[in-house]
Design a binder for this molecule. Structure first.
Ligand code: HEC
Ligand code: HEC
Length: 431
């Protein structure tokens, strides 16, 4: 238990509020991911966790000295995903000349490691994103695909309405680009660490002494040991490239949002909705809202199941997001069963909080309020959350109906003011 418990002590120290100034900035190992398997499979995971961490540190460096593995830098396409110069700008400490963007603007929520575990995180719902799963919610690509750089850049620049992540007007274009690269970098690093552990669970026999990698073999005089090291390293490189490929493929997975059909009235904001309701578009728009209401409450689209009859987010609202589910329900533990979660909470898991269906009365849309944004959310769902992608049924619920749903949702907004960041992102309700 030595390694896991030392690391736990370090993490508890951070929560205790020790000053970060003098300590070196350090990435944390993904102990929750390892412990999850220790509980589920009953195999000891300390060594695996340490070995996976060794690999990602060799490949991706540290928060003060980030780097990329040679399989990435030496391949023109992979190298185009993240620029080392940008990583330099985004990483490092506050006050270091030309550096420290992430520490300045993001770390209090997303944590040094990008694990969503900054010092402010515990009061938010949803929690700040843990990038290590490689899953993002508000994107213009299909479900299952990575977001575009532009998606990430837009969120970083404008903030996420309805959450505590606010716009940062002081950021230049170059700053935003550097932060996008840094988010991808943290995600890449974190996803690789997870993949190494996931793969090892199925391929290796830890009880027999198998290792994800044995660093001591790197310069071994023994040919067999050296070869074993190289095989392990190459496998890790393959995983790193697999993740890179997913980022490269994103632009090919963009969803084309169609224009509303002729004769439809689909306002792009609440303001425009109110305006349309008081001119000659009112009749068409009212009919559309009615059709939307019917669908919303109907059996097929069944939006009210979660969002409630009047879209106040008061339907079924005791579900959890995938970040929480994978280390709770995923290993057969109920998130409500706090005693069973202690080992995981001690290793850095944030207490489970319910994933709340959006309350449309507030009019705050996390992924953007334009009709095309809502079209994306409704047709693709919101990845990692309980919000599903729609399933159309011929003659009953078809693609054009999405515009009616959007109009109905828009009609539910109760105030014309843009909902501020405080409204919905309240202290998580702990179950
Ligand atoms: C005050 C807290 C806070 C700060 C500061 C903050 N964020 Fe966030 N961030 C959040 C929260 C909360 C979410 C989750 C919102 C949600 O799921 O609706 C989030 C989500 C994200 C996402 C995921 C978007 C998606 O589509 O899934 C990215 C990327 C991100 N933040 C990047 C950043 C970067 C980069 C910075 C610094 C420039 C930053 N954030 C600063 C709280 C914060
Ligand atoms: C199984 C539960 C569930 C069902 C069914 C469901 N939703 Fe959601 N919906 C959610 C949750 C949870 C969220 C919040 C997700 C998040 O941001 O993490 C959400 C968020 C949304 C958002 C907010 C998007 C944004 O950018 O903020 C819209 C719009 C939405 N849902 C529309 C719909 C519509 C329309 C339907 C029916 C076709 C529907 N939902 C069905 C659970 C559900």
């Amino acid at each position: 238990m030595a390694v896991l418990s030392v690391a736990v002590a370090v993490m508890l120290g951070t929560i205790g509020g020790c000053s970060q100034e003098t300590k070196p900035l350090a990435f944390e190992p993904n102990l929750v991911h390892a412990m999850k398997y220790e509980i589920k499979e009953g195999v000891p995971m300390e060594q695996a966790s340490e070995d996976a961490f060794w690999i990602v540190t060799e490949m991706f460096g540290t928060p003060e000295n980030p780097k990329l593995p040679s399989v990435i830098t030496e391949d023109e396409e992979f190298a185009s995903i993240v620029s080392v110069e940008n990583l330099q700008r985004a990483s490092g400490r506050i006050g270091e000349e030309g550096r420290g963007l992430y520490q300045t603007h993001c770390v209090t929520c997303h944590g040094v490691t990008g694990n969503g575990r900054g010092e402010l995180s515990a009061t938010m719902n949803p929690y700040p994103r843990d990038y290590r799963k490689g899953v993002f919610k508000f994107k213009s690509t299909e479900r299952g695909e990575k977001p575009l750089r532009e998606d990430l850049a837009g969120l970083i620049k404008n903030g996420i309405n309805g959450s505590r992540m606010v716009a940062i007007p002081s950021l230049t274009e170059e700053d935003v680009e550097a932060l996008v690269d840094y988010v991808i970098y943290l995600s890449w690093r974190g996803e690789l660490e997870r993949m190494l552990i996931d793969d090892a669970i199925y391929e290796l026999d830890f009880e027999e002494g198998d290792r994800i990698i044995n660093p001591a073999y790197q310069n071994s005089a023994d040919e067999e040991e050296k070869e074993e090291f190289e095989d392990s390293w190459e496998l890790a490189e393959d995983f790193a490239m697999e993740i890179g490929e997913a980022w490269l493929e994103a632009p090919d997975a963009v969803v084309e949002v169609p224009d509303p059909p002729e004769g439809f009235v689909v306002p792009d904001s609440h303001e425009e909705f109110v305006a349309a309701m008081s001119d000659d578009r009112a009749e068409t728009l009212t009919a559309s809202v009615e059709r939307g209401r019917e669908l919303f409450r109907g059996k097929i689209a069944a939006c009210s199941k979660c969002h409630g009859e009047n879209g106040r987010g008061d339907g079924q609202n005791t579900d959890y997001d995938d970040w929480t589910k994978e280390w709770t329900l995923g290993i057969g533990i109920k998130p409500e069963n706090r005693d069973a979660l202690i080992k995981l909470l001690a290793r850095g898991a944030l207490p489970p909080v319910n994933a709340k269906p959006r309350n449309f009365a507030l009019g705050a849309f996390h992924g953007g309020a334009k009709a095309s944004d809502l079209y994306m959310r409704i047709t693709q769902g919101i990845e990692g959350s309980p919000m599903p992608a729609v399933t159309f049924v011929d003659g009953q619920f078809e693609e054009d109906d999405v515009w009616h749903l959007i109009n109905f949702i828009r009609s539910l907004q109760e105030s014309t003011e843009e909902s501020g960041s405080e409204t919905e992102a309240e202290t998580p309700q702990q179950t």
